[in-house]
Design a protein around this ligand. Structure first.
Ligand SMILES: Cc1ncc(COP(=O)(O)O)c(C=O)c1O
Length: 394
């Protein structure tokens, strides 16, 4: 088979091997607890489903403008202003097929072959793959648990200066760490960015509404409005609205950047699915109270997971402020081989976890708390039992 060279550095996701094995064991009747989920386990809110059904009944099944229904672009602009106090106009919004696609289109619109893109590690595993597919080169900036896995201004300054990167991807709250930047930390990072005038920032805030322990999300543009022309904010309906399968994301950026992304999108997917966009319009009308029950459930599950993990010997973690993941440092087991550990936990404890190596976090496991409390308790107990039989090597 002829295989393009661009595939050479893009591995099929490491996570797939574990989840496929877990699925096969489940199919054979094993009682598997899966901490692998990257999506909420709640139904999409009924009003959103109804709106999409209505759109189908009304025959709204044709192409829409490439960048999205004008009403949806305007709705997102208003919603963003309401949520974050930043005024946005519809020509600064593009709707695409998921947060993933808008990030990809953003990179496609700004990266030339050989350009460097700075990515703090641990990172969402699709960023480096996307950078590579665009012909760019990822440069990772390691972060520390002691800094809550957030990039410090000093590290950012050093990395930008030494790499000459033309773009930076920031993800807050972050998958896989669950950590998020406070306003003061963003102000300090903005100070660095002002010294690097040509650097474009992709600001992925897809988990902005899923925060815990009283933490309040801050937008980068809110603390640094002067940097707005070079910030591309990417978001989507998947996580906070429980709409992963709808494939709807959006970006907010300068009208010029949005035009460039629209050109890219016009030659790949064109518009996001028409009737899904009508559903999204209804999602924007949901009140905070309508979404709060999902967030509150995540908050309780997070606590159950942290309580359970506190009883497991030899592991450590930084309690997440957002998203629905805990990154657990298990480096004292299996000589830090997280892939071997995940395999062992699946085989011996019937618990599926995601090896941290996939996210630039070797020695760690990512545990999602997008599952019910009883399963979380059961799964963490099993992890504790399996690890209590393993030798600690550190
Ligand atoms: C950090 C982050 N950004 C973006 C996405 C993209 O989500 P979607 O394409 O479903 O909108 C995900 C999904 O897992 C994610 O974790």
């Amino acid at each position: 088979m002829k295989r393009a060279h661009r595939l050479d550095q893009v591995q099929p996701s490491l996570t797939l091997a574990i989840t496929a094995k877990a699925a096969a064991m489940k199919a054979e009747g094993a009682d598997i607890v899966s901490f692998g989920a990257g999506e909420p386990d709640f139904s999409t809110p009924a009003s959103v489903v109804e709106a999409a059904k209505r759109a189908l009944d009304e025959g709204r099944t044709k192409y829409t403008p490439v960048a999205g229904l004008p009403a949806l672009r305007a709705g997102i602009a208003q919603w963003y202003g309401r949520e974050f106090g930043v005024e946005v106009s519809s020509d600064e919004v593009i709707v695409g097929v998921g947060g993933k696609q808008v990030i990809y289109n953003a990179l496609m619109s700004m990266i030339d072959p050989g350009d460097k893109v700075l990515i703090p590690a641990p990172y969402w595993l699709s960023y480096p793959a996307m950078v590579h597919l665009c012909g760019g080169e990822s440069v990772f900036v390691e972060t520390q648990a002691a800094d809550e896995f957030l990039v410090t201004p000093e590290a950012l300054e050093r990395a930008l200066t030494s790499s000459g990167a033309s773009a930076l991807i920031l993800n807050s709250p972050c998958n896989p760490t669950g950590q998020a930047y406070r306003a003061a930390q963003l102000t300090a990072l903005a100070e660095v960015l002002r010294r690097h005038e040509d650097v474009v920032v992709i600001w992925d805030n897809i988990y902005a509404h899923l925060t815990y322990g009283g933490f309040r999300h801050t937008e980068l543009v809110s603390v640094a409005p002067d940097l707005r022309p070079r910030i591309v904010t990417t978001c989507g309906f998947s996580k906070s609205f429980s709409m992963t399968g709808w494939r709807l994301g959006f970006a907010i950026a300068s009208a010029e950047r949005i035009k460039a992304m629209t050109t890219i999108q016009s030659h790949s997917t064109s518009n996001a699915t028409s009737f899904a966009q009508y559903g999204a319009l209804a999602a924007l009308d949901l009140k905070h109270a309508d979404l709060e029950s999902m967030r509150a459930k995540f908050e309780r599950r997070r606590q159950v997971m942290l309580d359970g993990l506190s009883q497991v010997p030899g592991v450590s973690y930084v309690p997440p402020k957002g998203a629905f993941y805990v990154l657990v440092d298990c480096a004292s087991y299996f000589g830090g081989d997280d892939v071997a550990l995940a395999k062992h936990l699946l085989e011996e404890g019937h618990v599926a976890t995601i090896p941290g190596a996939a996210f630039g976090a070797p020695g760690c496991l990512r545990l999602s708390f997008a599952l019910d409390e009883a399963s979380i308790r059961k799964g963490i107990e099993r992890i504790g039992q399996v690890l209590s039989r393993c030798e600690q090597t550190r």
